[in-house]
Design a protein around this ligand. Structure first.
Ligand SMILES: *Cc1c(COP(=O)(O)O)cnc(C)c1O
Length: 381
């Protein structure tokens, strides 16, 4: 029962809503990653965009993971948290000149380049600084979304990356520019992927590409992130199946001798250690529905409103054996401010503590102050 994993007496003294982070679970998750990724050349980066809470970052940085960043702010945050500059990579389709300049001046490990115009900008800025920029090309592997609907970024129609057929001129530019050093290829096929199949297909695409590119020296292959977590049953699967994930790459990807394989995991590292803790403000009996109205809203956790994401909802207070079905909603003036419809909960009343589970990734970082609401606090233990 999920109640036993939460320090409820602590929660009862706190003003809600707030994010609660279980630091032991985070440490155990990182340890599981370390063990499961213990193959020659494997190197894991943490995708900062999932969560930049300082308490979490401190633990992740000191564990030896690298960092995957997508903005100037994230590069600065990663450096401040103690990630080594050469273990930071920088991705994103719209890197500004100021961001590229900061990345080069900080000596970060690699800029993952998404287009030819971006490559030219990096070359010019590096030349102006009298520095060399390390670059990898982000390749769009065009993995079919129809057979794998959860893959959303690796298709020709998505804005991300460069199609394999357009690589040639970019590779030539890198080869001809003394300001550019070629690090390798970067891929990222999507998020919340819960079966090995898409990753196996990615391995095959990469194998084929490496074969076709023959004698081009490729120091690093970066396969991005995307490993999913169990939103339905976080108590049963608090730690994702990292063995199967890394094992898929160990088995199917033909790394060349001495080649490094980089990963960029976000959600899988932090999602399960976080919950959004809230109180029931009112239980409202409608004519066709019964609403549980929380003091937390879409400003605190936007995933359900933004992409109809499911989060498990637990009542931490009620001991009732009687179960009722509720729509669990927030106080914001938007109909999409709903955490779940027809959610079975024990009999729920005003003042009960509610945990919205698996909220450690893309939760606190996406909070807003819409309606002049304060940003949610965070408590770690
Ligand atoms: C978002 C993102 C990640 C992390 O994705 P998760 O699904 O959270 O693992 C990794 N790499 C890139 C380039 C990303 O944009």
């Amino acid at each position: 029962m999920s109640k036993t994993i939460f320090p409820i007496s602590l929660f009862e003294q706190e003003e809600t809503p707030f994010y609660y982070y279980d630091l032991n679970l985070l440490k155990n998750t990182i340890e599981a990653i370390r063990k499961a990724s213990d193959y020659p050349g494997f190197m894991v980066h943490y995708a900062l965009k999932a969560n930049t809470n300082p308490e979490l970052l401190k633990i992740i940085a000191s564990s030896g993971l690298g960092a995957d960043t997508v903005s100037k702010g994230e590069i600065k945050t990663a450096l401040a948290a103690g990630f080594a500059a050469d273990k930071i990579v920088f991705a994103g389709v719209g890197k500004t000149d100021a961001e590229i300049k900061l990345a080069i001046e900080s000596g970060i490990g690699c800029l993952n380049v998404e287009s030819f115009p971006e490559l030219n900008a990096i070359r010019e800025i590096a030349a102006g600084l009298g520095r060399t920029a390390k670059v990898a090309i982000r390749v769009n592997p065009e993995i079919d979304a129809h057979t794998h609907h959860y893959i959303t970024t690796g298709l020709a129609e998505n804005k991300f990356g460069t199609l394999a057929c357009d690589l040639e001129p970019m590779l030539r530019t890198i080869h001809e520019s003394k300001e550019l050093e070629f690090v390798g290829f970067h891929f990222h096929i999507g998020s919340q992927i819960t079966t090995p199949e898409p990753f196996r297909i990615l391995c095959e695409r990469i194998n084929k590409m490496q074969e076709e590119l023959g004698d081009l020296e490729i120091p690093v292959i970066n396969v991005g992130g995307g490993l999913g977590i169990d939103y339905d049953d976080p108590d049963k699967n608090p730690i994702p199946d990292f063995k199967s994930y890394f094992g898929t790459f160990a088995r199917y990807l033909k790394l060349r001798p001495g080649q490094e394989l980089h990963f960029e995991l976000g959600r899988a590292v932090v999602a399960q250690c976080g919950s959004l803790i809230s109180r029931v403000v009112y239980v409202k009996e409608g004519h066709v529905k019964r609403f549980v109205i929380l003091d937390a809203g879409m400003t605190d956790l936007i995933r359900p409103a933004l992409y109809q994401a499911y989060h498990r909802i637990d009542n931490l207070t009620s001991d009732s054996c009687k179960r009722e079905t509720y729509d669990v909603v927030g106080p914001i003036c938007e109909s999409s401010d709903t955490f779940g419809e027809n959610i079975p909960l024990p009999l729920t009343k005003r003042g009960d503590l509610i945990a919205i589970r698996s909220a450690g990734a893309y939760g606190e970082v996406m909070a807003s102050s819409y309606n002049c609401r304060p940003l949610p606090r965070a408590i770690s233990r």
